[in-house]
Design a protein around this ligand. Structure first.
Ligand code: DOR
Ligand code: ZN
Length: 386
């Protein structure tokens, strides 16, 4: 081992959109796996909003076969699990997919793809079935009627900032409240994905205190970007749920430290630069982040925002516990002193850009060990070693 390196348990990213099947021009499991190990990630959970959506046992099996081929071609034994997408026509397949899916994803508000469950009758049935079959439910919690009402207020406005007003904090809080009530009623196990606002945090804190089985995820863009970043990046940082204020970001860091936030998921959602540069309303939501996850977090460790123990909890240990994963020996070696500038050149993601370009970060992974295979990481980011 090189001097000055620290070994950490490899990371799990429980929230990625690797675009197979249907949009492999943005990402596939060859580019996705390469990007993952750059961040010391050796396990990912892939979301179901593909084309076609992953809403049946058959689709899950088809997707699994495609992924296996791509990973073999990549030569990277990435560990992975797939989410089952809830839609009105197929949620009765839940008993069939129990042993094939890591959980059930519900989009309570529309996003990329056509998955959406916004009526109480279906939500009740899905929560009940999930609880009966001991499956975990993960919700994209934004209230669709509120989003649609807000959209009417801003027709013809093209400033990307309105994205955070249309997909308001009230829309997020309303959906979180609804999901928590359903979890309590049906005694379901619930994850609230990509929590971004202090209102959501208050609701989750109260629910945990009341004994509801709820876990909270937040994402790097909520920890490292805020609404002011629209000025520099425009629609490139348009994401669902959207960026919030600095005070929300501070509350999220506090919630990581006090355990209200259980784990991180990147929500790695690659779209091409051409697509992201379209005007507001036409540009898709989502941004790539998986290969910067660990450098961003190590930089935060160097800034004393969190310690290494907490980093390991929120990127590995808590996820293993919540999703009942078997243990493994995968590792990542990190150099906490290495300083590099993030550049687009050399990124492994197929979309080839990063909203963190230009940041100078201290703390980089140098080697990922997955299923006994050692991958020395590219050192393409510019900078100096101190
Ligand atoms: O911004 C987002 N992009 N949010 C989602 O929920 C989906 C994701 C995507 O797949 O592009
Ligand atoms: Zn997502």
């Amino acid at each position: 081992m090189k001097e000055g390196l620290t070994a950490l348990p490899a990371l799990i990213d429980p929230h990625v959109h690797f675009r197979t099947p249907g949009a492999t021009y943005k990402e596939d499991w060859i580019s996705g796996a390469k990007a993952a190990i750059q961040s010391g990630v050796t396990t990912v959970f892939d979301m179901p909003n593909n084309t076609p959506s992953c809403t049946t046992l058959q689709e899950l099996q088809n997707k699994h076969a495609l992924i296996q081929n791509q990973l073999e071609e990549a030569g990277i034994p990435l560990r992975y699990h797939l989410y089952f997408g809830a839609d009105r026509r197929h949620y009765r397949e839940i008993p069939k997919v129990k042993d094939y899916a890591i959980g059930i994803k519900i989009f309570m508000g529309c996003s990329t793809g056509d998955l959406l469950i916004d009526d109480m009758a279906s939500l009740n049935e899905i929560f009940k079935m999930a609880a009966d079959h001991d499956m975990l439910i993960s919700v994209h919690a934004e209230d669709e009627p509120t989003i649609q009402q807000n959209k009417k207020k801003f027709v013809d406005v093209q400033d990307p900032l309105i994205h955070s007003k249309i997909r308001s904090r009230q829309a997020a809080a309303l959906a979180v409240e609804k999901a928590l009530n359903l979890a309590e009623k049906h005694r379901a196990r619930l994850c609230i994905l990509h929590v971004g606002s202090k209102e959501e945090l208050s609701l989750i804190r109260a629910a945990k205190a009341a004994g509801i089985t709820v876990y909270a995820e937040t994402s790097p863009h909520h920890l490292f970007l805020v609404v002011d970043d629209y000025l520099k990046w425009g629609n490139l940082v348009q994401v669902n749920p959207p960026l919030r204020e600095k005070e929300d970001q501070d509350a999220l860091w506090e919630a990581i430290r006090d355990g209200t936030i259980d784990y991180l998921g990147t929500d790695h959602a690659p779209h091409t630069l051409e697509e992201k540069k379209l005007p507001y309303g036409k540009a898709p939501s989502g941004l790539p982040s998986i290969e910067l996850l660990l450098p961003l977090l190590l930089h935060a460790v160097n800034q004393k925002k969190i310690d290494l123990n907490t980093l390991v909890k929120i990127t590995r240990k808590n996820i293993e516990t919540i999703f009942r994963l078997p243990p493994n020996d995968d590792l990542v070696l990190i150099d906490l002193n290495r300083i590099r500038e993030v550049q687009d050149e050399g990124l492994k993601t197929k979309c080839g850009w990063s909203p963190y370009r230009g940041r100078v970060l201290q703390g980089w992974p140098v080697c990922t060990i997955i299923q006994g295979r050692v991958f020395h990481l590219d050192d393409t980011h510019k900078g100096i070693h101190v």
